[in-house]
Design a protein around this ligand. Structure first.
Ligand code: ADP
Length: 385
């Protein structure tokens, strides 16, 4: 592929919708985009021209892929950090780097580090044996506790709320031999998210704190900014995220999922070091999207304004429902609401799978939320008028 003078090449590992939307931002910036995809037909591979299909767990595949990339970044956090250390030793620029990324991969390491930094987290313990659970629960303030796999969980998979040491399938979870942590079950009023971007030069920006609504462990709706959040709590949440980004040396987007407790505290739940579902609203709702700011950050360019374009923006995920044909509802939704923004990821519809999102914005929260919810429900076939 011919290369224009001065134009950097970004290598993205992982071909999901986050890569697809980052590519979209990269088109506007005129950067070259290379993709290491899991398959020829995955979401981003459908639209990127320079695609290598291969396994991100294989060092030789990674080495072939990174040749010619000025910077390498990620659609997910699963690339083994030992491989990334090897690539860095070869002179490859990985952003975020493995020393930061490990805290998005391993919830135990993340809890240890954030607690050492004095940042507010739920109480937690590493657990090795099922028989230790009673003692652990006591240390966490009693049952129920939340048991989590330290690695590999997503969308609520790898998270179990348990009422006693021998409930349900817990024996099987321990038998699998994976590292586990137990946390106090936080009595939260709602879940918030702080999305920030940080560049290697140390410049950082913070998006408004948003509320994220989960259904069955999957993000359903995001409201920007979080309604009714007191100013000082919002600033505290932004400060926590900026501090984590600085202390851990994150480059690119960092999303910090937070619990807002009923007694008005914010606690860190988990970290993602890539564009995040709770930042999708920014494509249509902010001056600079999280995808563009991720690219600007990893290329060490000045970051763009995270300022919202409207008082309220609501993003609702399109989760696979009864209709396989997502395009079918366009006529109705677009005719009904010309201000609505629909994004589809080119993914085959399967029940509950994230296949797209819709965004609405405006001055009246109830109206904005109703419009976004209606469109998502109509497109999936949940409602038909
Ligand atoms: P995942 O890796 O699947 O995103 P999370 O750690 O974010 O896992 O947990 C998924 C969901 O489980 C959270 O969004 C929250 O609703 C719930 N949850 C997780 N940890 C706790 C906790 N300590 N107390 C209460 N609820 C929790």
């Amino acid at each position: 592929m011919s290369k224009l003078v001065g134009v950097p090449t970004v290598g993205m590992i992982g071909g999901g919708q986050l890569a697809r939307m980052t590519h979209q931002a990269g088109i506007a910036l005129g950067v070259n985009f290379r993709l290491l995809a899991e398959g020829q037909d995955v979401s981003a591979a459908q639209v990127v021209r320079d695609v290598q299909v291969g396994d991100y767990r294989d060092l030789r595949t990674l080495r072939t892929f990174v040749a010619g990339c000025d910077v390498v970044t990620f659609d997910h956090e699963h690339v083994p950090t030992e491989h990334l250390h090897r690539l860095e030793a070869d002179g490859v620029v990985c952003r975020p780097g493995p020393d930061a990324l490990v805290y998005a991969q391993d919830k135990g390491a993340m809890r240890d580090r954030l607690t050492a930094l004095g940042l507010p987290c739920p109480r937690y313990r590493a657990v090795r044996n099922q028989d230790d659970l009673d003692v652990v629960a006591k240390a966490l303030g009693g049952w129920p506790v939340v048991l989590k796999t330290a690695r590999g969980g997503y969308d609520g998979k790898g998270v179990w709320v348990i009422d006693n040491a021998y409930a349900g399938d817990i024996g099987e979870i321990f038998a699998a031999g994976q590292p586990l942590i137990a946390e106090e079950r936080v009595d939260f009023a709602r879940e918030l998210s702080a999305v920030v971007a940080r560049s290697p030069s140390g410049q950082a920006i913070a998006y408004p704190i948003v509320e994220s609504v989960q259904r069955g462990g999957v993000c359903y709706e995001v409201i920007a900014p979080a309604p009714g959040l007191p100013e000082d709590r919002a600033v505290e949440a932004q400060r926590i995220a900026l501090r984590i980004a600085g202390e851990l040396g994150v480059v690119g987007i960092l999303a910090v999922e937070l619990f807002e407790t009923r007694d008005g505290r914010v606690l860190v739940n988990e970290l993602a070091m890539r564009p995040h579902n709770t930042g999708h609203w920014s494509i249509d709702g902010a001056v600079t999207s999280q995808f563009e700011n991720h690219l600007r950050a990893i290329l060490d360019l000045p970051l763009g304004s995270p300022r919202p374009r409207a008082p309220w923006t609501v993003m609702v995920n399109i989760l696979g429902g009864p209709y396989a044909d997502m395009h079918k509802g366009f006529l109705h939704c677009q005719a009904r609401d010309p201000d609505l923004r629909i994004h589809l990821y080119g993914k085959e519809v399967r029940p509950g799978r994230k296949v797209g999102h819709v965004t609405a914005y405006g001055a009246d929260l109830d109206d904005v939320r109703a419009r976004a919810r209606h469109a998502a429900a109509y497109l999936t076939g949940e409602i038909d008028e």
